[in-house]
Design a protein around this ligand. Structure first.
Ligand code: 13P
Length: 264
């Protein structure tokens, strides 16, 4: 059983799905399904597209739903001539709590570099929000035995310039790229090995206390059947869910499965 020094987090990354009307229905449904006992030991965040954020914020605040607002990305600058970008200052003004930084789709499709992941992470921290920093290897890197080298390189750039106290507040999501959207999740053993390695790298970059406090999530083909198995692992403190977070019933089942691992 994982010691409860780290409050588990279940985050739903909607990617480019659900317009603001669908978001309203989904979050209202989720709010009705989540009972106080379900969220007693677990924090829940949803990460809708930018166009939905104001709608979801109004709903969550108006109905006091036990759901934190999250974004999927933001600029590394607070303001400027950056057509199409979204400022972390504006996200903070919307009471956004969590921002996903360096998702593999941003790295691969939008050429986000390790350095840009680092500057974006610092921008999120500077604006008093919590980054969920994604790391993980491709299938080819895994086959070549490069998993740990890739994770270490990504983490080193991501945490550059942060104090130990700041590192302690970051969430890191281990998302092996081959497991995303494939229906083929990592084994719990491989996921725990990666999570434990992530923690050891963070201890080196900060100190033991900060490394122990960082929450590490697993992401990649998580569903209601396997979520509890990942969360039961020693170094895994929750899950980052893509496709299975789009349906309120399935996502609520995932929250309950994770919460069940932390009840004494
Ligand atoms: P899936 O859960 O759809 O595999 O997506 C994982 C992911 O990318 C979450 O950020």
């Amino acid at each position: 059983m994982t010691p409860n020094v780290r409050r588990p987090l279940v985050s739903g990354n909607w990617k480019m799905n659900h317009d603001h009307i669908e978001a309203l229905h989904t979050v209202r449904d989720l709010g009705l399904r989540l009972k106080p006992a379900d969220v007693e030991n677990v924090t829940v965040s949803v990460h809708p597209p930018f166009t939905d954020l104001r709608t979801v914020q109004t709903l969550v605040e108006g109905e006091s739903l036990p759901i934190s607002l999250g974004a999927q990305h933001c600029s590394d600058l607070d303001s400027g001539a950056l057509t199409g970008e979204v400022s972390p200052v504006m996200l903070a003004r919307l009471a956004t709590s969590y921002v996903i930084v360096g998702h593999s789709e941003r790295r691969q499709v939008f050429s986000m570099t390790d350095e840009c992941v680092g500057s974006t992470l610092r921008a999120v921290v500077r604006n008093k929000m919590t980054p969920i920093c994604c790391v993980g290897e491709t299938a080819e890197e895994r086959e070549r035995g490069k998993t740990e080298a890739v994770i270490e390189r990504q983490l080193t750039a991501a945490m550059d310039g942060l104090s130990s106290e700041e590192i302690a507040t970051v969430v890191v999501a281990y998302e092996p790229i081959w497991a995303i959207g494939s229906g083929d999740p990592a084994s719990t053993v491989d996921a725990e090995d990666a999570a434990s390695f992530i923690r050891s790298v963070l201890v080196q970059q900060s100190d033991v206390s900060a490394g122990e406090r960082v929450r590490v999530l697993y992401g990649g083909s998580v569903n209601a059947e396997n979520a509890g198995e990942f969360a039961a692992e020693e170094d895994i403190d929750g899950v980052l869910v893509g496709g299975a977070s789009l349906d309120a019933k399935t996502f609520a089942d995932i929250v309950r499965a994770v919460g069940a691992c932390y009840r004494s």
